[in-house]
Design a protein around this ligand. Structure first.
Ligand SMILES: *Cc1c(COP(=O)(O)O)cnc(C)c1O
Length: 353
Protein backbone atom coordinates (compact mmCIF):
# COMPACT_ATOMS: atom_id res chain seq x y z
CA UNK A 1 0.00 0.00 0.00
CA UNK A 2 1.16 3.50 -0.74
CA UNK A 3 -0.16 7.01 -0.30
CA UNK A 4 0.76 7.54 -3.94
CA UNK A 5 -1.71 4.97 -5.23
CA UNK A 6 -4.81 6.26 -6.97
CA UNK A 7 -8.22 5.39 -5.49
CA UNK A 8 -8.66 2.95 -8.37
CA UNK A 9 -5.50 1.01 -7.48
CA UNK A 10 -6.72 0.67 -3.89
CA UNK A 11 -9.96 -0.89 -5.15
CA UNK A 12 -8.46 -3.39 -7.62
CA UNK A 13 -8.55 -7.16 -7.13
CA UNK A 14 -6.02 -8.34 -9.74
CA UNK A 15 -6.24 -11.66 -11.60
CA UNK A 16 -4.06 -14.47 -10.27
CA UNK A 17 -2.71 -16.65 -13.12
CA UNK A 18 -1.96 -20.35 -12.61
CA UNK A 19 1.56 -20.79 -11.35
CA UNK A 20 4.61 -21.24 -13.62
CA UNK A 21 7.05 -22.98 -11.24
CA UNK A 22 10.71 -23.14 -12.21
CA UNK A 23 11.03 -26.85 -11.47
CA UNK A 24 12.51 -29.43 -13.86
CA UNK A 25 10.58 -32.53 -14.92
CA UNK A 26 7.30 -31.07 -13.83
CA UNK A 27 4.17 -32.38 -15.55
CA UNK A 28 2.39 -29.09 -15.95
CA UNK A 29 -1.34 -29.58 -16.41
CA UNK A 30 -2.52 -26.40 -14.68
CA UNK A 31 -2.75 -23.60 -17.26
CA UNK A 32 -4.06 -25.25 -20.45
CA UNK A 33 -0.89 -24.76 -22.44
CA UNK A 34 -0.36 -27.01 -25.45
CA UNK A 35 1.84 -30.05 -24.65
CA UNK A 36 3.25 -30.03 -28.18
CA UNK A 37 5.76 -27.60 -29.68
CA UNK A 38 4.55 -24.90 -32.01
CA UNK A 39 4.83 -25.64 -35.73
CA UNK A 40 8.52 -25.99 -36.78
CA UNK A 41 7.76 -23.24 -39.30
CA UNK A 42 7.28 -20.85 -36.37
CA UNK A 43 10.88 -21.34 -35.25
CA UNK A 44 12.11 -20.82 -38.80
CA UNK A 45 10.10 -17.59 -39.08
CA UNK A 46 11.48 -16.30 -35.78
CA UNK A 47 15.08 -17.11 -36.79
CA UNK A 48 14.54 -15.29 -40.07
CA UNK A 49 12.93 -12.29 -38.37
CA UNK A 50 15.75 -12.00 -35.83
CA UNK A 51 17.98 -10.60 -38.55
CA UNK A 52 19.33 -7.42 -37.02
CA UNK A 53 16.07 -5.55 -37.54
CA UNK A 54 15.11 -5.52 -33.87
CA UNK A 55 16.43 -1.96 -33.67
CA UNK A 56 13.38 -0.91 -35.67
CA UNK A 57 9.81 -0.62 -34.42
CA UNK A 58 7.43 -3.28 -35.74
CA UNK A 59 4.52 -2.60 -38.12
CA UNK A 60 2.02 -0.85 -35.79
CA UNK A 61 -0.91 -2.38 -37.69
CA UNK A 62 0.60 -5.91 -37.79
CA UNK A 63 -0.94 -6.09 -41.24
CA UNK A 64 0.74 -9.38 -42.30
CA UNK A 65 -0.70 -11.14 -39.27
CA UNK A 66 -4.16 -9.66 -39.77
CA UNK A 67 -4.06 -10.71 -43.42
CA UNK A 68 -3.11 -14.30 -42.57
CA UNK A 69 -5.99 -14.56 -40.09
CA UNK A 70 -8.35 -12.96 -42.63
CA UNK A 71 -7.21 -15.44 -45.30
CA UNK A 72 -7.66 -18.41 -42.97
CA UNK A 73 -11.27 -17.45 -42.19
CA UNK A 74 -12.04 -15.88 -45.60
CA UNK A 75 -12.60 -12.42 -44.20
CA UNK A 76 -11.47 -8.93 -45.05
CA UNK A 77 -8.54 -7.74 -42.93
CA UNK A 78 -10.65 -4.80 -41.65
CA UNK A 79 -12.71 -7.43 -39.80
CA UNK A 80 -9.65 -8.52 -37.79
CA UNK A 81 -8.00 -6.99 -34.71
CA UNK A 82 -4.80 -8.38 -33.18
CA UNK A 83 -3.37 -7.88 -29.71
CA UNK A 84 -0.75 -8.96 -27.19
CA UNK A 85 -2.52 -12.15 -26.15
CA UNK A 86 -6.29 -12.42 -26.11
CA UNK A 87 -6.20 -11.04 -22.56
CA UNK A 88 -5.20 -7.69 -24.06
CA UNK A 89 -7.85 -8.00 -26.79
CA UNK A 90 -10.40 -8.74 -24.06
CA UNK A 91 -9.25 -5.73 -22.03
CA UNK A 92 -9.73 -3.43 -25.04
CA UNK A 93 -13.13 -4.99 -25.75
CA UNK A 94 -14.26 -4.39 -22.15
CA UNK A 95 -13.23 -0.75 -22.33
CA UNK A 96 -14.27 -0.16 -25.93
CA UNK A 97 -17.52 -2.13 -26.18
CA UNK A 98 -18.71 -3.28 -22.75
CA UNK A 99 -18.29 -0.08 -20.71
CA UNK A 100 -21.90 1.09 -20.99
CA UNK A 101 -24.55 2.53 -18.69
CA UNK A 102 -26.23 -0.80 -17.98
CA UNK A 103 -24.50 -3.74 -16.26
CA UNK A 104 -23.01 -6.40 -18.53
CA UNK A 105 -23.76 -10.12 -18.23
CA UNK A 106 -21.50 -13.16 -17.95
CA UNK A 107 -21.91 -16.64 -16.40
CA UNK A 108 -21.35 -17.14 -12.65
CA UNK A 109 -18.80 -19.85 -13.42
CA UNK A 110 -16.48 -18.53 -16.09
CA UNK A 111 -13.07 -17.07 -16.93
CA UNK A 112 -12.12 -15.24 -13.75
CA UNK A 113 -10.46 -12.37 -15.61
CA UNK A 114 -13.86 -10.91 -16.59
CA UNK A 115 -14.71 -9.41 -13.18
CA UNK A 116 -11.11 -8.13 -12.98
CA UNK A 117 -11.52 -6.07 -16.17
CA UNK A 118 -14.82 -4.79 -14.77
CA UNK A 119 -12.94 -3.61 -11.67
CA UNK A 120 -10.22 -1.97 -13.74
CA UNK A 121 -12.64 -0.11 -16.01
CA UNK A 122 -15.41 0.38 -13.43
CA UNK A 123 -17.98 -1.62 -15.38
CA UNK A 124 -21.00 -2.98 -13.52
CA UNK A 125 -21.90 -6.61 -14.10
CA UNK A 126 -24.50 -9.23 -13.23
CA UNK A 127 -23.50 -12.88 -13.08
CA UNK A 128 -25.96 -15.23 -14.78
CA UNK A 129 -25.94 -18.64 -13.03
CA UNK A 130 -25.18 -21.69 -15.17
CA UNK A 131 -27.88 -24.37 -14.83
CA UNK A 132 -27.41 -27.42 -12.57
CA UNK A 133 -25.48 -29.19 -15.35
CA UNK A 134 -23.15 -26.18 -15.63
CA UNK A 135 -24.66 -25.23 -19.00
CA UNK A 136 -25.34 -21.72 -20.35
CA UNK A 137 -29.08 -21.28 -20.96
CA UNK A 138 -29.54 -18.76 -23.83
CA UNK A 139 -32.95 -17.66 -22.50
CA UNK A 140 -31.30 -16.36 -19.32
CA UNK A 141 -29.58 -13.71 -21.45
CA UNK A 142 -32.85 -12.23 -22.77
CA UNK A 143 -32.80 -9.50 -20.11
CA UNK A 144 -31.69 -5.87 -20.11
CA UNK A 145 -27.91 -5.50 -20.25
CA UNK A 146 -25.04 -3.31 -21.40
CA UNK A 147 -23.31 -6.21 -23.19
CA UNK A 148 -22.68 -9.94 -22.92
CA UNK A 149 -19.51 -12.02 -22.77
CA UNK A 150 -18.90 -15.74 -22.32
CA UNK A 151 -16.22 -18.23 -23.32
CA UNK A 152 -17.16 -21.00 -25.74
CA UNK A 153 -16.31 -23.68 -24.77
CA UNK A 154 -16.81 -22.25 -21.29
CA UNK A 155 -13.90 -22.24 -18.85
CA UNK A 156 -13.31 -24.03 -16.55
CA UNK A 157 -16.19 -26.40 -17.42
CA UNK A 158 -15.15 -27.21 -21.02
CA UNK A 159 -18.81 -27.33 -22.09
CA UNK A 160 -19.59 -26.18 -25.63
CA UNK A 161 -22.56 -24.09 -26.73
CA UNK A 162 -23.80 -24.75 -30.29
CA UNK A 163 -24.27 -22.03 -32.90
CA UNK A 164 -28.07 -22.28 -32.65
CA UNK A 165 -27.87 -21.31 -28.97
CA UNK A 166 -25.44 -18.49 -29.75
CA UNK A 167 -27.83 -17.18 -32.42
CA UNK A 168 -30.60 -17.18 -29.80
CA UNK A 169 -28.50 -14.94 -27.57
CA UNK A 170 -27.64 -12.67 -30.53
CA UNK A 171 -31.27 -12.47 -31.69
CA UNK A 172 -32.53 -11.44 -28.27
CA UNK A 173 -29.77 -8.79 -27.91
CA UNK A 174 -29.59 -6.73 -31.13
CA UNK A 175 -28.66 -3.62 -29.13
CA UNK A 176 -25.79 -5.13 -27.10
CA UNK A 177 -22.30 -6.15 -28.05
CA UNK A 178 -22.07 -9.93 -27.65
CA UNK A 179 -18.52 -11.24 -27.21
CA UNK A 180 -17.70 -14.93 -27.61
CA UNK A 181 -14.29 -15.81 -26.16
CA UNK A 182 -13.21 -18.82 -28.22
CA UNK A 183 -9.89 -19.60 -26.48
CA UNK A 184 -10.65 -23.34 -26.76
CA UNK A 185 -12.81 -23.55 -29.91
CA UNK A 186 -10.24 -25.47 -32.00
CA UNK A 187 -10.49 -28.57 -29.79
CA UNK A 188 -13.86 -29.72 -31.13
CA UNK A 189 -16.24 -26.76 -31.32
CA UNK A 190 -17.62 -24.79 -34.22
CA UNK A 191 -16.49 -21.17 -34.37
CA UNK A 192 -19.05 -18.35 -34.40
CA UNK A 193 -16.88 -16.46 -36.93
CA UNK A 194 -19.33 -17.54 -39.67
CA UNK A 195 -21.97 -15.40 -37.92
CA UNK A 196 -20.11 -12.09 -37.99
CA UNK A 197 -21.43 -11.23 -41.49
CA UNK A 198 -25.02 -11.45 -40.18
CA UNK A 199 -24.57 -9.95 -36.71
CA UNK A 200 -22.89 -6.52 -36.55
CA UNK A 201 -22.95 -6.78 -32.73
CA UNK A 202 -20.91 -10.03 -32.55
CA UNK A 203 -17.21 -10.03 -31.64
CA UNK A 204 -15.36 -13.36 -31.62
CA UNK A 205 -12.04 -13.48 -29.76
CA UNK A 206 -9.43 -16.21 -30.18
CA UNK A 207 -5.87 -16.86 -29.02
CA UNK A 208 -2.69 -18.53 -30.30
CA UNK A 209 -1.88 -19.59 -26.72
CA UNK A 210 -3.79 -22.87 -26.62
CA UNK A 211 -4.41 -24.57 -29.98
CA UNK A 212 -1.37 -23.00 -31.68
CA UNK A 213 1.01 -23.68 -28.77
CA UNK A 214 2.27 -20.08 -28.55
CA UNK A 215 1.34 -18.93 -25.03
CA UNK A 216 4.85 -17.52 -24.67
CA UNK A 217 4.58 -15.22 -27.69
CA UNK A 218 1.34 -13.48 -26.68
CA UNK A 219 -0.89 -13.36 -29.77
CA UNK A 220 -4.65 -12.94 -29.63
CA UNK A 221 -7.20 -11.65 -32.12
CA UNK A 222 -10.78 -10.56 -32.55
CA UNK A 223 -13.08 -10.88 -35.54
CA UNK A 224 -16.20 -8.79 -36.11
CA UNK A 225 -17.88 -6.03 -38.08
CA UNK A 226 -15.35 -3.39 -39.25
CA UNK A 227 -17.03 -0.81 -36.98
CA UNK A 228 -16.43 -2.98 -33.89
CA UNK A 229 -12.84 -3.53 -35.02
CA UNK A 230 -12.37 0.22 -35.49
CA UNK A 231 -13.52 0.75 -31.90
CA UNK A 232 -10.83 -1.65 -30.69
CA UNK A 233 -8.21 0.07 -32.89
CA UNK A 234 -9.11 3.41 -31.32
CA UNK A 235 -8.47 1.96 -27.84
CA UNK A 236 -5.25 0.22 -28.95
CA UNK A 237 -3.91 3.40 -30.54
CA UNK A 238 -4.65 5.27 -27.32
CA UNK A 239 -2.73 2.73 -25.24
CA UNK A 240 0.19 1.05 -27.07
CA UNK A 241 0.89 1.48 -30.79
CA UNK A 242 3.06 -1.65 -30.96
CA UNK A 243 1.50 -4.53 -29.05
CA UNK A 244 2.76 -7.07 -31.63
CA UNK A 245 6.52 -7.27 -31.87
CA UNK A 246 8.83 -8.05 -34.80
CA UNK A 247 9.10 -11.73 -33.82
CA UNK A 248 5.46 -12.34 -32.95
CA UNK A 249 4.08 -11.04 -36.26
CA UNK A 250 5.92 -13.45 -38.62
CA UNK A 251 5.68 -16.29 -36.08
CA UNK A 252 1.91 -15.83 -35.96
CA UNK A 253 1.72 -15.85 -39.75
CA UNK A 254 3.72 -19.11 -39.88
CA UNK A 255 1.48 -20.72 -37.23
CA UNK A 256 -1.65 -19.71 -39.13
CA UNK A 257 -0.32 -21.04 -42.43
CA UNK A 258 0.79 -24.48 -41.16
CA UNK A 259 -2.70 -25.98 -41.24
CA UNK A 260 -1.53 -29.61 -41.35
CA UNK A 261 0.52 -29.37 -38.16
CA UNK A 262 -2.31 -27.50 -36.45
CA UNK A 263 -4.89 -30.16 -37.34
CA UNK A 264 -2.56 -32.99 -36.31
CA UNK A 265 -1.82 -31.58 -32.85
CA UNK A 266 -5.43 -30.59 -32.15
CA UNK A 267 -6.53 -34.12 -33.07
CA UNK A 268 -3.85 -35.68 -30.84
CA UNK A 269 -5.11 -33.61 -27.92
CA UNK A 270 -8.71 -34.61 -28.58
CA UNK A 271 -7.80 -38.28 -28.67
CA UNK A 272 -5.85 -38.04 -25.39
CA UNK A 273 -8.84 -36.19 -23.92
CA UNK A 274 -11.08 -39.15 -24.78
CA UNK A 275 -8.63 -41.56 -23.11
CA UNK A 276 -8.31 -39.44 -19.97
CA UNK A 277 -12.08 -38.93 -19.67
CA UNK A 278 -12.58 -42.68 -19.94
CA UNK A 279 -9.93 -43.40 -17.30
CA UNK A 280 -11.42 -40.84 -14.91
CA UNK A 281 -14.95 -42.18 -15.38
CA UNK A 282 -13.71 -45.73 -14.67
CA UNK A 283 -12.09 -44.43 -11.50
CA UNK A 284 -15.25 -42.88 -10.04
CA UNK A 285 -14.90 -39.36 -11.30
CA UNK A 286 -17.78 -37.41 -12.80
CA UNK A 287 -16.31 -35.83 -15.95
CA UNK A 288 -18.08 -33.00 -17.76
CA UNK A 289 -18.14 -33.60 -21.53
CA UNK A 290 -15.27 -31.35 -22.61
CA UNK A 291 -14.68 -29.79 -26.01
CA UNK A 292 -11.56 -28.01 -24.73
CA UNK A 293 -7.93 -29.02 -24.06
CA UNK A 294 -8.76 -29.78 -20.44
CA UNK A 295 -11.28 -31.81 -18.48
CA UNK A 296 -13.26 -30.72 -15.44
CA UNK A 297 -13.87 -33.62 -13.09
CA UNK A 298 -14.87 -34.47 -9.53
CA UNK A 299 -14.23 -37.65 -7.58
CA UNK A 300 -17.06 -39.35 -5.70
CA UNK A 301 -15.18 -39.51 -2.39
CA UNK A 302 -11.72 -37.89 -2.48
CA UNK A 303 -11.69 -34.10 -2.24
CA UNK A 304 -10.33 -32.19 -5.20
CA UNK A 305 -7.95 -30.27 -3.00
CA UNK A 306 -6.48 -33.48 -1.53
CA UNK A 307 -6.01 -35.02 -4.97
CA UNK A 308 -4.32 -31.85 -6.26
CA UNK A 309 -1.93 -31.86 -3.29
CA UNK A 310 -1.12 -35.54 -3.68
CA UNK A 311 -0.47 -35.09 -7.41
CA UNK A 312 1.84 -32.22 -6.66
CA UNK A 313 3.98 -34.47 -4.46
CA UNK A 314 4.44 -36.56 -7.59
CA UNK A 315 5.46 -33.47 -9.59
CA UNK A 316 2.16 -33.17 -11.43
CA UNK A 317 0.28 -29.89 -11.15
CA UNK A 318 -3.40 -29.43 -11.97
CA UNK A 319 -5.77 -26.54 -11.23
CA UNK A 320 -8.07 -26.39 -8.23
CA UNK A 321 -10.48 -23.49 -7.71
CA UNK A 322 -11.53 -22.84 -4.13
CA UNK A 323 -14.79 -21.26 -5.28
CA UNK A 324 -18.50 -21.87 -4.60
CA UNK A 325 -20.15 -24.51 -6.87
CA UNK A 326 -16.84 -25.84 -8.25
CA UNK A 327 -14.66 -26.53 -5.21
CA UNK A 328 -15.15 -30.29 -5.66
CA UNK A 329 -13.70 -30.18 -9.16
CA UNK A 330 -10.24 -30.36 -10.68
CA UNK A 331 -9.35 -28.83 -14.01
CA UNK A 332 -6.77 -30.99 -15.72
CA UNK A 333 -5.03 -29.85 -18.92
CA UNK A 334 -4.61 -32.51 -21.61
CA UNK A 335 -0.92 -33.40 -21.95
CA UNK A 336 0.96 -35.72 -24.29
CA UNK A 337 0.09 -39.43 -24.18
CA UNK A 338 3.18 -40.02 -22.06
CA UNK A 339 2.24 -37.29 -19.56
CA UNK A 340 -1.27 -38.67 -19.51
CA UNK A 341 -0.03 -42.15 -18.64
CA UNK A 342 2.02 -40.72 -15.77
CA UNK A 343 -1.01 -38.79 -14.56
CA UNK A 344 -3.22 -41.90 -14.65
CA UNK A 345 -0.57 -43.95 -12.81
CA UNK A 346 -0.29 -41.28 -10.12
CA UNK A 347 -4.07 -41.13 -9.75
CA UNK A 348 -4.25 -44.92 -9.37
CA UNK A 349 -1.72 -44.69 -6.51
CA UNK A 350 -3.56 -41.83 -4.84
CA UNK A 351 -7.02 -43.38 -5.09
CA UNK A 352 -6.15 -46.97 -4.19
CA UNK A 353 -8.05 -48.07 -1.10
C1 LIG B 1 -6.30 -18.74 -21.82
C2 LIG B 1 -7.55 -17.90 -21.96
C3 LIG B 1 -7.48 -16.60 -22.42
C4 LIG B 1 -6.18 -15.84 -22.54
O1 LIG B 1 -5.37 -16.21 -23.50
P1 LIG B 1 -4.06 -15.36 -23.87
O2 LIG B 1 -4.22 -15.19 -25.33
O3 LIG B 1 -2.93 -16.23 -23.50
O4 LIG B 1 -4.09 -14.06 -23.15
C5 LIG B 1 -8.65 -15.91 -22.64
N1 LIG B 1 -9.84 -16.46 -22.37
C6 LIG B 1 -9.95 -17.69 -21.88
C7 LIG B 1 -11.29 -18.25 -21.57
C8 LIG B 1 -8.81 -18.45 -21.64
O5 LIG B 1 -8.90 -19.65 -21.10
Amino acid sequence: MSQFWSDLVHKLTPYVPGEQPKIDNLIKLNTNENPYSPSPKVNQAIAKANNGKLTLYPDPGASDLKQSIADYYQLNSNQVFVGNGSDEVLAHAFLGLLKQDKPILFPDITYSFYPVYCGLYEIEFNKVPLNDNFEINPEDYAIENGGIIFPNPNAPTGLLLGLTAIKKILNSNPNSAVIVDEAYIDFGGETAISLVQDYPNLLVIQTFSKSRALAGLRIGFAVGHPDLIEGLERIKNSFNSYPMDRLAIPAGVAAMEDKDYFKQTCQAIQSTRTQLSQFLTEHNFTVLPSQANFVFAKHESHSAEDIAQALRKQNIIVRYFNQPRIDEYLRITIGTDEQNEQLCQALKDILKP
